[in-house]
Ligand binder design. Structure first.
Ligand code: AP5
Length: 250
């Protein structure tokens, strides 16, 4: 799957604007997607973006995109990339600087879906404060869950297109020609942090630092838990049904 919304302003930060702003939506959703590595947040974000119009804003994607630009040795971004490659969380300070620099994306007329942020209680508290300062509120925090064995199977079989960022899976969502992107014909690659050692670190980091966020958002009445097994389309339907059950028409 390839992400269809224009996220240039989010990826590049600074003064960059999106050349293709979102289509008019009848409701600008403000969502957080929570869930362990490989649960399918990116896959669901794209499906949700097509239906709701909200823009998927992934902090991991910003760090990956920065790999294609010169990074000063010893800089926060260089440290972030090394931490990411090992499967460790990037420091809260670096992540929060990144998000604050992109605050205007939270005012996008199409709405937003934060994917992979917040990931620690400190980040969640900082997001609460940022949203309050910007007079914005969250509609829901969608929390996807899946047993560890299935997460590992999804991560070890993931293949991505380095050019258009389309995501495949060797068995669950294979490309038409083995190892080649359906969308642009580029050779697919494995993400550097999808190796077994980094995956184990990522799953541990999730359990220790991110899983407690469910309680943070449950207490705010925002948590929408979704079982993430089965086909992506089925999980997507569950998500829409759960949002509709919050008495807001989707
Ligand atoms: P990030 O990019 O956010 O990665 P992640 O959370 O580990 O999530 P993934 O992108 O690995 O998985 P996903 O849930 O999106 O699954 P996907 O849809 O691709 O973060 C990477 C790193 O950046 C972190 O480890 C950290 O170092 C750093 N970082 C980022 N944000 C940070 C923050 N806020 N604080 C600190 N550090 C931060 O699906 C996975 C595979 O499964 C694919 O192959 C897909 O095709 C397949 N698949 C999807 N759905 C299904 C299904 N229903 N059935 C079968 N296969 C499926």
């Amino acid at each position: 799957m390839s992400v269809t919304t224009d996220r240039t302003a989010w990826i590049e930060g600074g003064c960059t604007v999106c050349p293709h702003p979102p289509a008019k939506v009848h409701r600008a959703w403000h969502l957080v997607l929570l869930g362990p590595p490989g649960v399918g947040k990116g896959t669901q974000a794209e499906l949700l973006a097509q239906t709701l119009g909200a823009c998927p804003l992934s902090t991991g994607e910003v760090f990956r995109a920065a790999r294609h630009h010169p990074v000063a040795p010893g800089s926060a971004m260089a440290a972030a990339q090394a931490q990411m490659q090992r499967g460790e969380l990037v420091t809260d300070e670096t992540v929060l600087d990144l998000v604050r620099e992109r605050t205007r994306c939270l005012h996008c007329s199409g709405g937003f879906m934060l994917d992979g942020f917040p990931r620690t209680l400190a980040q969640a508290t900082a997001l609460d404060a940022l949203l309050a300062r910007e007079s914005l509120t969250l509609d829901a925090v969608i929390s996807y869950d899946l047993p560890a064995a299935q997460l590992i199977a999804r991560l070890s079989g993931r293949r991505v297109c380095p050019k258009c960022k389309a995501v495949f899976h060797v068995t669950a969502h294979p490309p038409r020609a083995a190892g080649v992107c359906d969308q642009c014909g580029t050779a697919l690659v494995q993400r550097p942090d999808d190796n077994a050692t980094a995956v184990a670190v990522r799953l541990d980091a999730y359990a220790a630092a991110t899983a407690p966020l469910a309680q943070h958002y449950r207490a705010q009445g925002l948590l929408v838990p979704i079982v993430a097994d089965g086909e992506p389309a089925r999980i997507f339907s569950r998500t829409l049904e759960a949002l509709a059950a919050r008495s807001v028409p989707v």
